[in-house]
Design a protein around this ligand. Sequence first.
Ligand SMILES: [Zn+2]
Length: 357
Amino acid sequence: MTRPFRTPPHAPRPGGPLSDLDAFITGLPKAELHVHHVGSASPRIVSELAARHPDSAVPTDPEALVDYFTFRDFGHFVEVYLSVVDLIRDSEDVRLLTYEVARDMARQNIRYAELTVTPFSSTSRGIPDAAFVEAIEDARKSAEAELGVVLRWCFDIPGEAGLEAAEETARIACDLRPEGLVSFGLGGPEIGVPRPQFKPYFDRAVAVGLHSVPHAGETTGPGTVWDALTALRAERIGHGTSASQDPELLAHLAEHRTPLEVCPTSNIATRAVRTLEEHPMKDMVDAGVLVTINSDDPPMFGTDLNTEYGIAARLLGLDAAGVAALAKNAVAASFLDAPAKARLAAEIDTYAAEWRG
Ligand SMILES: [Zn+2]
C-alpha cells in the first residue's frame, strides 16, 4: 500500500478518438518523477508474474485480469494490491516487473523515470537485499539499452511499517548504494505518521549524496509539507496537494524552486481532492511553483502518464506549447545531470517545433 485508500478509484479511462492535443501528448518525449514500482504492474505484467506462480489466486488470462483490476470497492483494491505484492517472490520476479514497467513507459514515450522502489517490501518477504538490488540494476541497464528508457531509483520508506523499515531502507540505500539510486523517499499514510521522526534516516541518505523526496501534504495539511522541508530537507515534494491552502508555503516553494510532483487522478481516487475541477494545480502554477505531472500507481488508478497530461492541459488551459513547457518542468525538476537535462529538453523542443511545422 502506498497510501490510505478511502474509495474505489474513478479514474477517467483513455479511449475514443484522439484529439490533436492528445496525439501531441502521446508522441511527446516525457520524464516522470513520481511513479511506484509495484504500483506500475499492469494487467499484462501481473499475468506474466502469475504465470510464474501457478499456485497464486491471481488469474493469468489477460481478459480475466482486466476484470480482476476493475475495483469494486476499497477492500477489493487492497486485495488486488496485496495479491500483486505476493507475486513478487524472488529476484527474477523483481527483474521481470522492473523491465516490463519500462516497456510500458516506452510505449508512452517516457524517456526518463525516477521510479519509487520500496526495497523493504521485498527484503521483509525474504528476497536478499543484494539480490533485489542486482535485479533492479540488471533491468535498468537492459531497459536503457533495449527500450531507450532511462530509469533511476528513489528508495522509499513505507511509513506505515515504522522505524524498523526506515532503518532497513536507509541501510540498503547507503550501504549497497546501487548506481541507479538518486533519491530517498517516504510513502504510506501521513495521518498518524509524523514526518520528523524519519529525520535521522534522511540525514544519513543526504550525507551519502542522495536527494530528499518525501511524500507530504497528500492527505494532511500544509504543516506536513513544512515538516518535510525543514526536518527531512525535501528538495521535491511528493504530491504537496495541501500546499495550496498556505500562500506563504506556496511562495516559499516558488522562491526556492522546490518542485511539486502532482498526480491528479491519484488525488481523486484517494479522495485527497474531491473532483478534478477542484484540483489546486492551477493555484500552484499561478503562485509560480514548479509543477510536474505524474501518474503515481497508474494501472491501479486506471490511468497513464499521457492521460494525466491530458487532464493537466484541460485544467490549466494549455495548448501544445504549454504542454511541452509542462513536460520540460519535469526535466528541470529531475535529478539528471545538466547535459542530460539539456538533451531531453532539446528533444522536447524539436518535437514541439516539428508539430507546429
Ligand atoms: Zn506516491
